[in-house]
Design a protein around this ligand. Structure first.
Ligand SMILES: [Fe+2]
Ligand SMILES: [Fe+2]
Length: 170
């Protein structure tokens, strides 16, 4: 535990720690979402396995950075995966329901936007007070903004349309 770290985080430290616990649960949940999608995606999505695997690694890296900050503030994240979905703010992710390329990316875009809100809130809560957490919030916010842009760009150019039933049988 970093005594000075905690002292600097000041009276708002409890709120900051609560947000970091939530961020950890969120990152571990999205890590699992992306890894599961990478392993199980179907159809043309198999061409994107590496892409989803990369995303999984990135979110796991975020979880590690959040973990590190929690430790500096004198606590550890939960060791119980069952609590991830209770604490992540988005509930059960159910990656098995999103194994087509379009659905997997649409769902991912939702998560990236939640992450942006989360780190923006964390930055607002720590600005001018707790620079250690603030710097981390800014770094993660930047990554999630890039992720949102990536997902939006893919979706905008994804040239797969649902084939109308009539055309499919013609
Ligand atoms: Fe993340
Ligand atoms: Fe992300």
């Amino acid at each position: 535990m970093g005594k000075k770290s905690l002292e600097i985080a000041g009276p708002g430290a409890d709120g900051t720690v609560a947000m970091l616990h939530k961020a950890y649960a969120f990152e571990m949940s999205t890590f699992h979402y992306f890894q599961y999608v990478a392993n199980n995606i179907e159809g043309i999505g198999v061409l994107f396995e590496d892409f989803f695997e990369e995303r999984a690694k990135e979110e796991l890296g975020h979880a590690e950075e959040v973990n590190e900050r929690l430790m500096e503030l004198g606590t550890n994240p939960t060791d119980d995966p069952a609590r991830w979905e209770q604490e992540n703010g988005v509930g059960r992710l159910q990656p098995k329901r999103f194994l087509s390329l379009r659905s997997a990316i649409e769902k991912a875009l939702e998560f990236e936007r939640v992450a942006i809100g989360l780190y923006n809130d964390l930055a607002n809560a720590t600005k001018d007070k707790d620079h250690g957490t603030y710097e981390l919030a800014l770094k993660l916010l930047k990554d999630e903004l890039e992720d949102e842009q990536t997902m939006e760009d893919i979706l905008a150019r994804l040239e797969i349309k649902d084939v109308p039933a009539a055309a499919a049988s013609a």
